[in-house]
Design a protein. Sequence first.
Lengths: 380, 472
Amino acid sequence: MKKHQLAAMVLSALSAGILISCSKPADEAQPTANKQAADVKPATESSETAADTTAVKAIALSDASAESYLKQVADTQIISAYKNVVEQSQALNVLATQSCQADGSVAADKLAALRAQWLQLAKAWAQAEIIGFGPAMDSMSNLYINYYPDERGLVHQGVIDLIAANPNLTPEQLASESAIVQGIPGLEEVLYANDSLDKSQCQYVISASAALANRLDKVSQDWQASPQSLLSYGSPDDNKEGLNRWVNSILALVETTKSTSLDQPLGITGNKKGHLPADAAGQSREIITAKVAALNKALTDPALVAILSENGQDTLADKLSTLLSDTSTLLAQLPEDLATATPEQQKALYDKLTELAQVVKRQLMPTLGVQVGFNSTDGD
Amino acid sequence: MSTPLHSRHKPSRLIGSDKETGLNMLAQTLKNTLTTLGLASVGTAALVGAHHLGRKQYNSQARLTDYRDGLRQALSKVTAATPIVAPSDAPANLAQSQARRNNSSVTWISGVAELTTSEFAVVGLNAAREIVWQSAMPERVHDLLIQPLASKALQAPHVAVMGRRPSEWFWILDAHSGEVVHSINAQTDRHFYGHACYSLQGDLLYVTENNTADFSGRIGIYEVASGYKKIAEYASHGIGPHEIVMHPDGESLLIANGGIKTERASREELNLDSMQPSLVYLNRHTGQLLQQVFPAHNQMSVRHLAMHDNGSVIIGIQFQGERHLSVPMVLTHRRGEPKFTELQIAKDDSKGWHRFHHYIASVAVDSKHNLACATSPIGGCAAVFDLSTGMMIGDTPLADCAGVTTWPSQTQYQATQQIPSGLPLFLVSDGQGYLSSIGVDQAAYPQSIWVEKKHQSYAFDNHLTTLGTVDS
């Protein structure tokens, strides 16, 4: 072998080695996005590459526009969402009370109606989860409404033990019990783990739905009484804080839906962890669809679209609308239980949500002058 | 005596065949060089191409430009941060320089980030909570430590800037200017774990590290005089050492062993069921274990510490257990005590410890007023505790808040709005860009806290450090 050929081989190996070793950080950073706690807020660094990162100039949003938008968000997206979930919980309570009237038990035919109403309630709450702040979230009180994910399966045995120990459970008694035996998952457990309900199970459904309705009604009343302070709007500083809070909350729902509700339970990018929402009911698609519907309502809100349009950002508004429409279409093609979808289908849904997160984080938030929060996902 | 080299050379004037031969040799050398470079380029392209195809199998988003970007990133680490001085009202572009100096004194230092563009920096802040200087960083940073100096008049103290856990780097900055003085790379099989502390003399830096081979916690010791050369290492007596502080006696180190094995790439916790966090006291000269204290629940990860002048330590917990459980999130301890002391929240306070959502990001202590402050970004609040009674005085909602430190008592306070009474005692930073002063309204009964905010166009990272006042 000639000297220059030998030198070329050595140089090739060296330069390729340097380039390959330099590419490792990007590879290693890849799974970072997948780490999301169940109740955390927006993502930190992610698998999203910086390639699509271009300097986005914030629009000049006047205080009047910001305040008007936020007021509208409080009325049409927050208060209405809580009103709906209160109505659904009360409807379940009424139905359970009626169904259990005769001999205190529920046969299979009536159980189907209870299950259907439970699903309406679960979907209503999934939509309300876009509001990641305020009285429903303070001090982890959301756990009393929806203890999800239940990684250790505590709800199942907890509810069985509670019913066995308290066959005549009242809503007041239940309200003082642990979060794991309350709310939507507790009701799901009793309604879907049994083919019919005996008297004590019936009593649990009546009490659990009543306790949940009371809790949700308190949240709804708080929001109706103080939307300005809970969302934060009115003064210029408050408007800035309120806009930050709301848009970061939207991003948080995208991130947690893709990570906690999809990626972790299905093991799309790593090891399986946790379970799908409404797993016992086999209705995970309905829950994800409800969350996407809430995102669609927030991100295609006419008031938001008008703000973007007035500032020459129609393309961004269209992009968000198209992405959400594509995601909804994709979801409609999947089976009710997302665990039975093909890995390709699951990955396609995950990718759509990743794309949506990128557009919200890298385009919408800078356009609105909103800072992407990060300390809450740190783990340090 | 040997002949000088130049005398052996032929005369510079070449004639006939000599000139032709020289040109031929030059042409041949050029040809060989070009051939070598050409072959090397083809070989490099082939090897990188093969590697890229391999990467594509498990990473569909892998691109050839990753190699170029990775090389740039590596080069930026080697050259470390470029000092940038930016006015406080400059746009939050952390990677570009603004040639303007804000001639005021640095009072605090913080890490900042612009997550939409993945840009990171360290900033110096003055008493008006405005940016004095800004230094770009190649990665997200965590804790920042101020070097104690025997004589402050002689030189500027160093600021040790720790990379976010797990990191292979820390940097030493000049506190006056923000200029990078040293870039320190972790040794093989070691990652830095986000925190460090100086000896009281400022001659040694103690760094929490992880042995990547066996996940054992280590304390690396770096000598300032030799340009932060690693001179020794101790066992931390636990897994996942996070914050480390120096005891006021100057002789012992306190280490928060978080107890969690974390996989580097995914940051996934690998041992949540079997974790065993602890607070450790070490002799700083010998590494001898002086005392080890374990929390009541094995999933109460001991993460953050703040040292009181009286020798007690305030501890911020991150609970890794079931979410419906309520555990104390702020503890205290003094060496020799057999167990931790839990701070208290009034029994009629319905939010209880759950207000922190099982996550304390940082703690600070005001020794003079015997108060402690704890922050929770997930809970979206900061709370002040009276260490005399052990009770929480009050809390305030602060979205995404994490950094907390004290207000130097001699620092002039420029409030942006009317405050109830007294002076601010703590400064809290958050990811939304607010720097919030927190004080205690002594006139109120029972005592309550007040908060006054100032906004900057930056997301402030987890930790905030008080420098005192350093003229820039």
